[in-house]
Design a binder for this molecule. Structure first.
Ligand SMILES: Nc1ncnc2c1ncn2[C@@H]1O[C@H](COP(=O)(O)OP(=O)(O)O)[C@@H](O)[C@H]1O
Ligand SMILES: N[C@@H](CCOP(=O)(O)O)C(=O)O
Length: 321
């Protein structure tokens, strides 16, 4: 359960008095998620999510995330809309942490997405990129390749304790990615979600109905978002790549924005990089999650296994593109 910060009755009452949201009916910690503390809030006027930002969120980035969601919502892209208080501000403090209220989005996150859902998700991702094409704020990817050596430092022993010989393989992957210089790729850039996992996408049946959790959004190559999605949507049983799902996801994306050849060529290194990013943050969380936090850290080995698949991929064809 992702609740790092407990909200007292008095603090909640004082916080809600800053809004015009009616009378609270329900307030509960949310079981899913790992990054921030999330609460479900229902009042007589509607349903909301209250988020308190925790360790990885840099307070100076929060206005960027709020503006980004406002931009998408203004374009009728289905995502949570930030709720402003009586003073017009969406960002304030609760229990000493930065906090926002956003609107509740309906839909279900697929546990095991099928190929039709992958196709719809790919199209939804491309529509998001299109809707953000004129979003003019910039935020560097704080979990991009430059951050990985720092995340990895001092973790070799933990990696080897999870899987024999893993540290050596990770060192080799980091060297291979650095040599490929993914930051210098001459391919389309824009604003990306950077964490569009199945638990951050909602569906009604097989139709993508919206995205949540934009708190890793940043300026980067657009195809990196596809790489994140191939990693999180197209594998089964951890490490088995499902070609049909990957092909459907890419085809869905291309039904809105066809990929350039250079983007296709970059897919293997972008997929390796995306798997590395999630392996490393999971490895850090595996040992550094506070003992009293109500959260289930995610398994880093799932991404160590995906790295093994990407190491062998030579072209976009290996992913179904
Ligand atoms: N706007 C929203 N509408 C509906 N449910 C939401 C919304 N925001 C978050 N949730 C629920 O809260 C869970 C955790 O949210 P998420 O933003 O993924 O947390 P974290 O960033 O802390 O990992 C989601 O899986 C979803 O069930
Ligand atoms: N998607 C990441 C962790 C971030 O958590 P989320 O619940 O905000 O998606 C992972 O799976 O490692």
């Amino acid at each position: 359960m992702a609740v790092y910060t407990t909200v007292s009755d008095d603090a909640l009452a004082a916080f809600l008095s800053e809004y015009d949201l009616g009378v609270p009916r329900s307030f509960k910690g949310i079981a899913e998620g790992v990054e921030n503390s999330n609460y479900y809030l229902e009042t007589d006027r509607g349903r909301y999510i209250l988020t308190l930002f925790e360790r990885r969120a840099d307070p100076k980035d929060l206005p960027y995330f709020i503006d980004l969601k406002r931009h998408l919502a203004a374009k009728s892209y289905p995502c949570p809309a930030p709720v402003a208080g009586k003073d017009g501000e969406a960002l304030r403090k609760l229990e000493g942490r930065p906090a926002v209220i956003v609107t509740f989005l309906d839909g279900l996150s697929p546990q095991s997405p099928n190929a039709r859902q992958c196709r719809s998700l790919g199209a939804g991702l491309a529509r998001m990129h299109a809707a953000l094409a004129d979003f003019d704020l910039r935020r560097p990817n704080s979990l991009g390749p430059a951050s990985w050596p720092g995340l990895w430092r001092g973790r070799a022993e933990t990696a080897d304790s999870l899987q024999e010989g893993l540290a050596l393989r990770i060192r080799d992957d980091l060297k291979a990615i650095a040599a490929a210089k993914p930051q210098s790729l001459q391919i389309p850039r824009g604003t990306i979600h950077a964490d569009l996992f199945p638990d951050n996408a909602f569906f009604l049946g097989d139709e993508f109905t919206g995205a949540i959790d934009f708190y890793f959004a940043c300026s980067d190559v657009l195809a990196y978002d596809i790489a994140v999605c191939l990693n999180s949507w197209a594998f089964e049983n951890g490490s088995e790549y499902n070609f049909s799902k990957g092909a459907a996801l890419i085809a869905g994306y291309e039904s809105v924005r066809p990929l350039e050849q250079a983007e296709r060529n970059a897919l293997p290194v972008l997929c390796l990089g995306a798997a590395m990013r999630f392996f490393l943050t999971r490895l850090v969380d595996w040992t550094d999650t506070p003992a009293d936090a109500l959260v289930r850290p995610k398994n880093p080995l799932e991404y160590a296994d995906k790295l093994a698949f990407h190491r062998k991929a030579v072209s976009a064809g290996d992913y179904g593109a």
